[in-house]
Design a protein around this ligand. Structure first.
Ligand code: AMO
Length: 452
């Protein structure tokens, strides 16, 4: 059976794409090219039709004047629908009226696949569709160039952050996501049936990244999904997110971890600004690369600033999103920056593995990084001393034997160490001024959404 014929399209394999749309410049005038892509926009002016062809790198105009193209080409052009998949063979012609000063006049248009009527509009500037409907049709939604650009920028941010760590002797690791115990506290764990036992989806690679330093790696990082069974639907929480974690041994204090992060982010922002210049332009964003060193503010000071601004917080109160947002206004006014480390959180607010502070009574050697009024990173120095670790686990109400796989290795010489976890989607949303984290998540998982 000829399934191509049944589908009403031509078989593939008889041509090879020669260029991407963004490579078609006036300098190519007079040459023959083959492009492949989607029918983005169609304009029928009677004796001349215009097709805006879209591929993964942009769009290019195809002009189809009845007089200048073979009759068959004109006829095929008349049958195209939005998102029809085509191969266009044609001549490059300089054209001052065309968007890029250049257009293609086709010698052949081959239909590689058809498209049904679209459930959502994906041409820029057409009616706004609500986020939920867009996410229901996420695969189509992502075809929209400005939506696609978000994830190209995200790719670049992660790529260069990874590059920075690799240059600094970090080893990439892959740790289990099916785990036996909580790392960040028990409330938001997803339980899974694991044969005869109960298991959980990992909330963080926390224990394993630390253990890899005890295993002799020195510096490790992991970029992987983590799972949080947060019941509330908020604009900043999803139930599966990409955690960018690193952990480093032989530190002299938490300051070493913050230094590594600020340099990594500065490097990644700088490189991404260049590598994704086209995408930033598409989104109309001028990325400000934060200067190193980032400002450091102690937790107690942050509470003071908030109370001066009218809040009534006690020292052990957690900073809720409203407080973070308020600090997001205060920091730029007071310090001229929107990238600020808040350090020395109270023991009460930090997990059992966090190193208590010697200098600040009741506090920890830990930090959050806030960017434009949102926490994007949590990190700190970890406890490497076995007895102290056991004491802290007990103080948090845990039964140490339940955690022996994590705790026991600390008996055999653990190096001093620290590290952090950065939310990739949160970083992306803050850089791009996106209001809802779902927009910065390729395929979000939230309270109500498990597909697509
Ligand atoms: P924490 O739980 O603070 O710390 O998470 C670290 C960072 O992950 C992001 N994040 C989230 N992003 C989207 N949806 C969520 N539900 C969500 N929860 C957290 C935030 C946050 O700053 N093990 C520690 C890290 C460490 O100390 O190394 C941890 O997981 O950007």
């Amino acid at each position: 059976m000829d399934f191509y014929k049944t589908a009403g399209v031509v078989p593939i394999g008889s041509e090879q794409r020669t260029h991407f749309s963004n490579q078609i410049t006036p300098e190519l005038a007079g040459t023959q090219v083959i492009l492949m892509g989607w029918t983005h926009i169609l304009r029928d002016k009677g004796k001349i039709k215009f097709l805006v062809l879209r591929d993964e790198h942009g769009t290019v105009q195809v002009a189809i004047p009845q007089k200048k193209v073979p009759a068959e080409v004109f006829e095929v052009a008349g049958q195209l629908k939005p998102e029809t998949v085509v191969a266009v063979h044609g001549d490059v012609v300089a054209s001052p009226q065309a968007p890029n000063g250049v257009e293609i006049v086709p010698t052949r248009i081959r239909v590689l696949n058809t498209a049904d009527r679209l459930p959502i509009d994906i041409v820029e500037g057409k009616v706004d569709i609500d986020l939920d409907t867009r996410l229901n049709h996420r695969i189509l939604d992502l075809r929209k160039p400005t939506i696609n650009a978000i994830f190209r920028i995200q790719h670049s941010l992660v790529r260069y952050a990874r590059e920075y760590l690799e240059k600094n002797d970090f080893v990439e690791i892959h740790t289990p996501k099916l785990v036996a115990e909580a790392t960040e506290g028990g409330a938001d764990l997803f339980e899974v049936k694991y044969f005869e036992k109960k298991a959980y989806l990992a909330q963080s690679p926390q224990f394993y990244k630390q253990l890899m330093l005890l295993a002799g790696f020195g510096r490790v990082f992991e970029i992987a999904p983590v799972f949080r069974a947060e019941k509330h639907n908020t604009r900043r929480h999803i139930n599966e997110y990409t955690s960018f974690d690193f952990e480093m041994a032989w530190i002299s204090g938490v300051e070493d971890v913050m230094k590594m992060e600020e340099r990594m982010l500065n490097y990644s922002f700088e490189k991404t600004k260049k590598a994704a210049a086209h995408e930033f332009a598409q989104l109309g964003i001028d990325l400000k690369v934060p200067r190193v060193p980032f400002k450091r503010v102690k937790y107690v000071e942050a509470i003071g600033l908030l109370n001066n601004a009218g809040k009534e917080l006690a020292i052990n109160d957690d900073l809720d999103p409203e407080c973070e947002q308020l600090l997001g206004q205060i920091f730029p006014e007071k310090y001229g920056t929107d990238m600020v480390f808040i350090t020395h959180y109270p023991l009460e607010l930090r997990p059992a593995y966090t190193m208590p502070s010697l200098t600040d009574e009741g506090m920890t050697e830990s930090f959050d990084l806030t960017y434009k009024g949102m926490e994007i990173t949590t990190g700190g120095q970890r406890i490497h001393l076995y007895d102290l670790l056991i004491e802290r686990f007990k103080a948090k109400g845990f039964n140490p034997p339940d955690f022996s796989f994590y705790l026991d290795p600390f008996k055999y010489g653990a190096p001093p160490h620290g590290g952090l976890g950065l939310g990739v989607e949160r970083l992306t949303m803050q850089i791009l001024g996106i209001d809802n984290i779902r927009e910065a998540t390729l395929l979000p998982r939230d309270r109500d959404r498990l597909t697509p």
